[in-house]
Design a protein around this ligand. Structure first.
Ligand SMILES: CC(C)(COP(=O)(O)OP(=O)(O)OC[C@H]1O[C@@H](n2cnc3c(N)ncnc32)[C@H](O)[C@@H]1OP(=O)(O)O)[C@@H](O)C(=O)NCCC(=O)NCCS
Length: 367
């Protein structure tokens, strides 16, 4: 296959080619003779910036035509058309490869070659792909078809000089680049710390039996406020949630913390920094205590030191505690730990029995 430059002497052949084939995806699907003649006269097929080539097959038949335009630009454009008779035989992709060779072989350096097509022109889209182009954009409803009075998506494909010379196809990098720019630096921090009486640390899968025992023994009290405590879990379920908690801690998505008595090593409850937004940074402290450990000020002690950890080590600007308006024990923890009640969200949740609406208190500390 080869490209052979079209000359003005072949005007009639070009007009015949354009008028006797169908162009369902072109703006003008049945171009009239006088319009083609006018375009030729105006240099629309041959000028300083435009060149038109016949696509010829091995038998020297003219199977198609390709027009290159904006040739003065560093980024030229093209229009490829294969005759009806020859469509579906692989000529499109081969012709486009020849166009790419031609453009990047020009003495003036071309940066890239690009083309646009209608979303449903699947033959053309495949043709782009076969010739090493990469899909770079899909503009929704950007392609108006006057004939159908309908809007289609427009799809843009491009090939860069570098890819062409290196013989590679580099995909477009989408979100990753943005993520890199906006990626928040998360400071290094220890996975355990202490208060006067407590060891506060990252969960471990080995904690499962202690956690499960505490939930089972405290289920009645917990189930009033904690949706996950409505039913006593199976030990395996507790293990599974711990696996997730450990993974989340390591990836910094969520920082669950287990609380132990320093003296005895006994597990007493769980807390942590949840609903994290590292970009601010802000956190929400949650907590529950094994029933037999209530009334000793352990949770207030834990919340104080976890808050300090959030503000000093994690550079928090805001830490929240949310609890049911009627959960007075939880509210006392927030208040004793120096949290300010910012407001009460009315009817923003449903009671555990599913029968009533309930209110949520928002406590917060900021820095
Ligand atoms: C678009 C055009 C240049 C493609 O050339 P072609 O020689 O017909 O292309 P091919 O037959 O080699 O088809 C190319 C690929 O598209 C696939 N294809 C063709 N028609 C398809 C369809 N309707 N649905 C899905 N895939 C289709 C082919 O199977 C082939 O894929 P493959 O490489 O996996 O086998 C040609 O069809 C044409 O001139 N169409 C009218 C003009 C036009 O639309 N030009 C583009 C304007 S932006």
């Amino acid at each position: 296959m080869r490209l052979q430059e079209w000359t003005i002497e072949e005007q009639e052949q070009l007009i015949h080619f354009l008028m006797t084939n169908t162009w369902p995806y072109h703006g003008d699907s049945n171009p009239a003779r006088h319009l083609i003649e006018k375009t030729i006269e105006d240099g629309g097929y041959q000028s300083d910036e435009v060149k038109t080539f016949w696509v010829k097959n091995e038998k020297q038949e003219k199977v198609g035509i390709v027009k290159l335009y904006d040739l003065h630009d560093e980024i030229p454009m093209f229009d490829l058309r294969v005759a009806d008779l020859y469509r579906g035989s692989g000529y499109g992709p081969d012709a486009l490869k020849l166009v790419v060779d031609y453009v990047f072989g020009l003495s003036q350096k071309k940066i890239r070659l690009e083309g646009h097509t209608r979303q449903d022109n699947l033959a053309m889209r495949k043709t782009f792909e076969r010739a090493g182009f990469v899909k770079e954009a899909q503009l929704r409803k950007a392609w108006f078809s006057p004939k159908e009075d309908a809007y289609y998506d427009a799809v843009t494909y491009g090939i860069t000089r570098e890819d062409y010379l290196d013989g590679v196809i580099t995909p477009v990098i989408w979100e990753e680049e943005i993520k890199k720019e906006t990626q928040v630096k998360i400071p290094n921090f220890p996975d355990q710390f202490e208060s006067e009486r407590l060891l506060i640390r990252i969960p471990k899968i080995e904690d499962a039996l202690d956690v499960w025992t505490a939930i089972r023994n405290s289920q009645e009290a917990l189930s009033e406020w904690m949706p996950w405590a409505k039913e006593v879990p199976q030990l395996e379920e507790t293990e599974e949630t711990l696996r997730e908690a450990v993974a989340d801690f390591i990836t910094r998505r969520d920082l669950r913390l287990h609380l132990f008595l320093k003296d005895t090593g006994e597990f007493i409850g769980s807390s942590g920094l949840h609903n994290i937004q590292w970009s601010i940074p802000k956190f929400e402290i949650g907590y529950w205590l094994s029933s037999e450990m209530e009334g000793k000020g352990y949770m207030t002690e834990a919340v104080r030191v976890i808050s300090d950890f959030a503000f000093q080590t994690l550079h928090a600007r805001r830490v929240e505690i949310r609890c049911d308006e009627k959960n007075s024990k939880s509210r006392m923890v927030a208040e004793r730990a120096g949290y300010e009640l910012e407001g009460i969200l009315k009817q923003d949740a449903i009671t555990m029995d599913g029968k009533n609406l309930r209110n949520t208190c928002i406590y917060a500390k900021i820095r």
